[in-house]
Write a protein that binds this ligand. Structure first.
Ligand SMILES: [Fe+2]
Ligand SMILES: [Fe+2]
Length: 271
């Protein structure tokens, strides 16, 4: 059993400070093998915001894999923005902006879809795709999980364009054996197979700490992966701390992700 906590869109500087301690506590109780943080650590990429983010990361238990989001690029410092947009990210997270984490069960690889010049929209280019391919080489029968801030698909109908290069990456993922993609950015959680490829599960997290909510409470995800089965549990912020909602179970069958009917619904199915 592999346990992954997925945090996203912390937005230090536009966060709810009352949620920091409950979130650290809840992540600790989830006993993750790995915590993935899928970008937007800071609101404007300023030094004080990154200092708060770093203190938070230092308080989390266990290994972490972090990738930048569009808000992590320094907003008010044109020199840093142009020449070292991820220096503060690297200092605070202690890792590269395209990290890879491996254990005997999984290979998790992140790409940096934030872009100085495509600030909101994000971008995937050929080097990203080639880098992901290299990260998953030799993964054998381990699960291959790709992490990126911007989503590869919009969960709901929208006029916003997808990030540049999303289609190219979507087409490349099956060849890499990727079955799971973790994203953020939208501030609404969404878990479903991709419409264009139901063999890959799209796990989009909401925001774990930001005050900019889009109709869903602050949330983090716990992913429990065992063989071809995945259980995802949303943990929502409440006045009593982060509380687990009913888990969703998914399983891979015939190369396609299927949603296991909740026990109550299954009991009502005709026999
Ligand atoms: Fe965000
Ligand atoms: Fe974002």
């Amino acid at each position: 059993m592999m346990r992954i906590v997925h945090l996203s869109d912390l937005h230090f500087g536009a966060h709810d400070p009352a949620l920091i301690a409950p979130l650290i506590d809840a992540v600790g109780r989830a006993r993750p093998d790995l915590t993935v943080i899928s970008g937007d650590f800071a609101q404007r990429g300023t030094r004080p915001q990154w200092q708060q983010a770093e203190a938070f990361l230092n308080a989390l238990p266990g290994p972490q894999l972090s990738i930048p989001g569009n808000h992590d690029i320094p907003h008010y410092n044109p020199l840093l923005r142009a020449f070292a947009p991820y220096a503060r990210f690297r200092r605070a997270t202690g890792g590269p902006d395209e990290p890879v984490w491996r254990n005997p069960r999984v290979v998790v690889a992140g790409i940096n879809t934030a872009d100085r010049w495509q600030w909101m929209r994000g971008k995937v280019s050929t080097p990203h795709i080639e880098g992901l391919g290299r990260a998953f080489e030799g993964a054998g029968n381990r699960h291959r999980i790709a992490v990126m801030h911007h989503p590869l698909e919009h969960a709901a109908v929208t006029v916003d364009p997808l990030m540049r290069g999303a289609d190219d990456l979507m087409q490349a993922l099956p060849g890499m054996g990727v079955r799971l993609v973790l994203s953020g950015h939208i501030h609404v959680s969404h878990i479903a197979p991709f419409r264009d490829d139901p063999g890959i599960l799209f796990v989009q997290n909401g925001t774990s700490l930001s005050t900019r909510l889009r109709g869903e409470a602050n949330v983090f995800l716990l992913l429990e992966l065992e063989g071809q089965n995945l259980r995802v549990t949303r943990h929502y912020a409440t006045p009593r701390g982060f509380v687990a909602a009913a888990p969703e179970s998914w399983f891979l069958e015939g190369g396609v992700w299927l949603h296991a009917a909740p026990r109550a619904a299954r009991a009502q199915l005709p026999r």
